[in-house]
Design a binder for this molecule. Sequence first.
Ligand SMILES: C[S@@+](CC[C@H](N)C(=O)[O-])C[C@H]1O[C@@H](n2cnc3c(N)ncnc32)[C@H](O)[C@@H]1O
Length: 453
Amino acid sequence: MSGSNDGHPLEQGGTYDVTALRLNDDGDGVATVNGMTVFIPFLLPGERGRIRVTERQRRFARAVLVERSNASPDRQDAPCPVFGECGGCQVQHLTYEAQLSWKTNRIKRLASQLGLDSDAVVRDIIASPKDFRYRNQVQMPVRYDAKKQEVRMGFYGFASHQMIETDSCHLQSEAMQDTLNRARDFLSQAGAETASLVHHVIVRESQTTGDQLVVFAVTQSGGRLRHALSAFQAPRVTSVCLTVQPKAVGPVWGRKLETLYGPGTLTESIAGMSFAISPRSFLQIQTPVAQAMYETVLAYADLTQDDAVLDAYCGIGTLTMLLAKHAGQAIGVEEVEASVEDARLNQAQLGVDNAEFVAGRVETWLPSWVQEGGHADVVVFDPPRKGIDPAAIAAVLEANPRRVVYASCNPATLQRDLKLLIAGGYRVEAMQPFDMFPQTAHVECCTSLVRGE
Ligand SMILES: C[S@@+](CC[C@H](N)C(=O)[O-])C[C@H]1O[C@@H](n2cnc3c(N)ncnc32)[C@H](O)[C@@H]1O
């Protein structure tokens, strides 16, 4: 079927000639055909192409690129052989410089939509020192091919659970990829009895020591399986662990986590402090950008030694410990018990005696803490992608701290939450974007807010 750009409604399956005008927030080219907005992955602004419509909604359509007739000066050859099929990277075809200005402009657009003077408020993005091989953690699905009696590993495709096999992902270190490839060969050799029970392999690497920790996620556990998996070795691997998650598709981690050998933790040095990290605890995906982000949070918090600071969504307390050094008192709140245990152990080892860690959900703990008269001069938020729960925002407005600092990994929820904080009387002083995840559509941003008069 072939359509035309002649003012008729866009047809599903139809082909059209378009020019991309800009990139959307997912990194897809945006064009219009007969008044309808169309998203086309892998077409850059200024590029012309023939597209085929694959999905037609009421207000927009999606299409695939059939043929491209010119190349943007911002285009580069993607180094990864499965780029375009694998769902991990969205913009490997865009030069790193262009990725950075696209991400900065995205935060500027967000600021303008909030009624702010974006040029005055938004700083230039802080780039990643490495545009490839920057990740410290990877989790790969595992499939056992019973016919061929071999294990296949890779990543999921775009919005699907179809496995795209790869043995050379460019986002992680070569040593991590080497460990994954060894794990695949090890499981193939172990045979069906072991390999058919493993659904994911997770590798974490310390960017300080180079040590690696491997976790096998399995559908069920038993003595024979534990014995078989304990035999896995690779040059940088110091610990092997096991997590039991009966569902092979969906959440990877189970409730149970067992160390098969080694200390079961990694050590990472951040902001001049050494932290032990257990497998289940959150750690920012790369240390150099995390460190730059922590320094920005600290500067935006503008603490004095008399201040009480609250670090909401604190993980293993990396940021809490840094804030505590510059404040009178610090409290970290985190829902994952294992992370809170890590935080307390690290606190004892670092000798930080003015911090306290609470295990709980921010949206339930914070309102009752404020009700009971809890006080903070400065509140720091570093939530997951879903942003801050409205109950937590309402509580912070009631607590009325002098400053709020918001480290976000999702511009959409950042915008939603800033709207509430601004309506509650806070003024945005500065916004600092960071590129923690080169080659992807992700962008982090740290926002400084001060209480209005
Ligand atoms: C983006 S991480 C930030 C962690 C920490 N600030 C850091 O830099 O390592 C978000 C953290 O919030 C935790 N979390 C997610 N939802 C939560 C909730 N509702 N209440 C408390 N903690 C939560 C996650 O387990 C994770 O450790």
